[in-house]
Design a protein. Structure first.
Length: 199
C-alpha cells in the first residue's frame, strides 16, 4: 500500500471516529436525561463534562504523545478502548440512580452544591472515555507531523473531517439511528465503528 492511500485511510478512520463520538454523546444525553430530568442545566452538565474530557485528553496527550513511540499503535489502542468503554456505559448508568437520589435528598435545596455533586457524578463515568476521545487528535497529529512540509494541511484535514463526522453523527443519531435502533443498538453501532477503526 502506498503512502497516499495509507494517509487517506487514516483520514477516513478519523471521520468515522468523529461520527461514533457523537453517537455516544447523543445516546448518553438521552440516557442521563432519564435520570436527571430534561432540564437545561442537566443537559448542559453532560455537555460540559463531554467537552471538558475532550479538552483534557488533548492537553495530556498533546504533551506526552511524542514519548509513546508509534502514534498509529497508540491511536488504535485509544479507539479500541473507547469502543470497549462505550459498550460498558449503558450498563453503568442505571447504577447512578441510587447515588443521585442521595444527592437529591441531601442537597436539592442548595443549587450550587447540588449542581457540583451532579457534575462530579457524571464526570466519574464520562471523563475516561471523553479523555480518550480528546487524545485522538494530538496522537494522529504526531503521526502527520513527520510530513513536515504538509503537516499543517493534514492537521487541518484531520480536524475538518472529524468535525464533519461529528456533525453527521449527531444528526443521524438524533433523527435516524436512535429512533430506529434504540439506546443499546445505537451504542453498539458506535462501538463497532471504533473497533473497525482500531483494527
Amino acid at each position: 500500500m502506498d503512502k497516499n492511500t495509507y494517509k487517506i485511510i487514516i483520514l477516513i478512520c478519523f471521520f468515522l471516529s468523529g461520527f461514533a463520538s457523537l453517537i455516544y454523546e447523543v445516546v448518553w444525553i438521552r440516557m442521563l436525561v432519564l435520570i436527571f430530568g430534561a432540564t437545561t442545566l442537566a443537559v448542559s452538565t453532560v455537555l460540559t463534562v463531554f467537552m471538558g474530557g475532550l479538552a483534557l485528553g488533548s492537553v495530556i496527550f498533546g504533551r506526552t504523545v511524542s514519548r509513546w513511540g508509534n502514534p498509529l499503535l497508540v491511536y488504535a489502542i485509544l479507539e479500541l478502548a473507547i469502543g470497549g468503554y462505550g459498550l460498558l456505559i449503558p450498563k453503568i448508568f442505571p447504577h447512578l440512580v441510587p447515588t443521585y437520589q442521595i444527592i437529591w435528598e441531601g442537597f436539592h435545596h442548595n443549587f450550587y452544591l447540588f449542581s457540583l455533586f451532579r457534575f462530579f457524578l457524571i464526570s466519574v463515568v464520562l471523563m475516561i472515555p471523553t479523555t480518550l476521545m480528546g487524545a485522538t487528535l494530538p496522537v494522529l497529529g504526531q503521526y502527520f507531523s513527520s510530513y513536515e512540509s504538509q503537516a499543517g494541511r493534514y492537521l487541518g484535514l484531520l480536524y475538518g473531517l472529524n468535525t464533519l463526522g461529528a456533525v453527521l453523527g449527531a444528526y443521524s443519531t438524533g433523527f435516524l439511528i436512535l429512533p430506529a435502533l434504540g439506546v443499546d443498538d445505537s451504542t453498539l453501532v458506535a462501538a463497532i465503528g471504533n473497533f473497525i477503526v482500531g483494527i
